[in-house]
Each structure stands twice: as C-alpha cells, then as structure tokens.
Design a protein around this ligand. Sequence first.
Ligand code: KG4
Ligand code: ZN
Length: 342
Amino acid sequence: MVIVLGIETTCDDTAVAVVADGKTILSNVISSQTNLHQKFGGVFPELAARQHNETLLPILENAIQEADISVDQIDLIAVAKGPGLIGSLMIGMNAAKSLSLAWNKPFVGVNHVEAHLYGAIMSHPSPVFPAIGVVISGGHTFIVRIEAIGKYQLIGATVDDAIGEAFDKVAAMLDLPYPGGPAIEAIAREGDPSRYPFKAGVVKGKPWDFSFSGLKTNVLYTIKGQNCDKLCKIAIPPEQIPHIAASFQEVALMAIVERAISAASKFKCAAIYFGGGVSVNERLREIMSKKKGKDVQVFWPKKGLSLDNAAMIAGLGFHCFQGTGDSLDLEPSPRISFCLHS
Ligand code: KG4
Ligand code: ZN
C-alpha cells in the first residue's frame, strides 16, 4: 500500500488529505476561507496566503490524526503546484518541501486542474477510457479526451470567462453572496428557467469552445438596464430575481451538457467525467442524466471531491510519482496547462 499526503492551497481553501493507492481516502480535511473573503465579493489574494499560512499546520495534524496513521507510514507528499494564486501556491509548496526534507520523503508537484478531473476518476472503482473529461470550475472550463490518467487531448476551452466565474459574477449583479454558484442554484429553484431568452456564446469554427462573457453582459443589461455597468442599481422587481437566476443557470449549464455529449459521440467515448466546483450543481446532474442517452456513462466526483480538496491532489500524486519525485528546485506556477493540443 502506498500512502500519499496531499496538500492543496491554490486559491482560498486550505486542505490536507491522506490517500492510499490513489483511491482510498483515509482523511480529507478542508478549511474554507469563504467567510473571510465574502465581504470583498471575491478572493483577496494577500489575505488568502496569510490564512493558508495560519491554517496549514493545524489542518495537517488533523488529517494525519483522522487517517489514524503515523508519519512513518507516509510514502510520498503531493502538492498542488498550480495553476492558482502565486502567494497561496507558495505556502503549500514550501510546506511540502519542508516536510519532504524534515521527514526524508519524496514529494511531487501535481496540476490542480488535472486533479479536478481525477476527483471524478477516483470516485469510481473501474475507470472507463477513452473518456471525455469536462472541467468546470471557478478558474477553468474545458473539455479533453482522456486516453489514460496523464494522457489528455484538448478538445475545447472557454475563450473568456470560466463557467464558475460567470456564476460568481451574475450572483454579484443580483446582490447574492460569494461564492455565487451555490447562491444562484438555490434561488434558481424558485424560478422559471424559460422566462428570459438568454443565450450562451458560440465560437465560430470551434464547436467545443465556450464563451460566457456575452451571456454575462446580456444578464447585466436585463437586471440593470441597457448599457449599465455592474455598479448600477438593480432595475427589475425582486420577484424577477429567481427567474433571472434560473434562466441564466439553464443556458450556462446547457452549453456544458451539449458540448460534452456531442464530444463523446464525435471522439468515440462511452464515458464522461466531470470535475471542478460547478460539478456539484444538482440541476447540471439532472439535465445531464436526461440528455445523455443510454450509451454514455456519466461519472461525478463523490461528495468532498468536486470543490477544491487535497484528496484529489494526493490521489493524482500517486500516479504522477515516477520513483524519485520532484527536486527541491520545483517552483509553483500561477498558469500551467496539462493537455496536448488537438
Ligand atoms: O473547483 P473550485 O472549488 O475552484 C476552482 O478551482 O476554481 O470551483 C469554485 C467554483 C466557484 O466559481 C463557485 O461559484 C462554483 O465553483 N460553484 C458552483 C456551485 N458550487 C460551487 N457553481 C454552480 N453551482 C453550484 N452549486
Ligand atoms: Zn479548483
């Protein structure tokens, strides 16, 4: 059995987990900073880094205790090396390097976005490849063909906002709290998704690319009036807000569902894996199960593996480790990709 300690500090969640053999979660501890950032309506990078610094060691102790292991039993340390906020990334990376030196154990840097996809893969006992992978988070939206763990071909990506970012921005327009995704989903339950004829963008000649910025502006003008900016006051009656939220959510989610299903058919894949924060959305899961057709299997991350977490980092770290691990020169990167371009 290979036991991996995972560390995640790419954005505003401090997380440490212990995972055996890339799939058995022994502990998955997350400390969210949502309350800290809520009053700024988004993540305040400097504050995020300081909070990681304060929280990481207590969380580490919790994760080891909860896993009921001793430090001696840890074989490898895996850390999210990017993409993310540089100040936040540095805290996790320096902690991983220090532990690696102090405990005399190898460490490996893991791509956070690839790990989101792995969150869905590790949630199911026998992976089905080739498969379509769809990452829908606050910072990323793209579709890949997964040949095997570590081998991906990029099929399409957003040309502007990530879908989670669009949820967050529309929520801010409606004076809903940050993060916007859960707030929009909750209020959309009271609304009629066909009330407003919003449209998601299409990218000419690139059927699997996404564009959410036109949709976002369309929603902004509907809420605040033509040519208004985000500082203007809401100009619609409050009873319209659930209908706006539901109509926006439906259109944004349909853009994901349609591309995922057509990519599965075009690229001859019988399975679709979803990863990233937006994959917890119940309405998305509902639409997907209605539209997917009987020949395609859909895999979602288990509870605790959609939003930022360290179990996905430890899990993927198990597969990335090639015997020696990374050198202490490894630096975190705010921007890195993991795909081969099509
Ligand atoms: O994957 P994640 O935790 O962090 C990134 O790597 O970005 O995703 C966070 C994003 C936020 O934009 C948040 O609004 C969105 O996931 N999100 C949701 C829901 N819960 C979180 N979006 C839609 N519906 C939800 N229930
Ligand atoms: Zn993430």
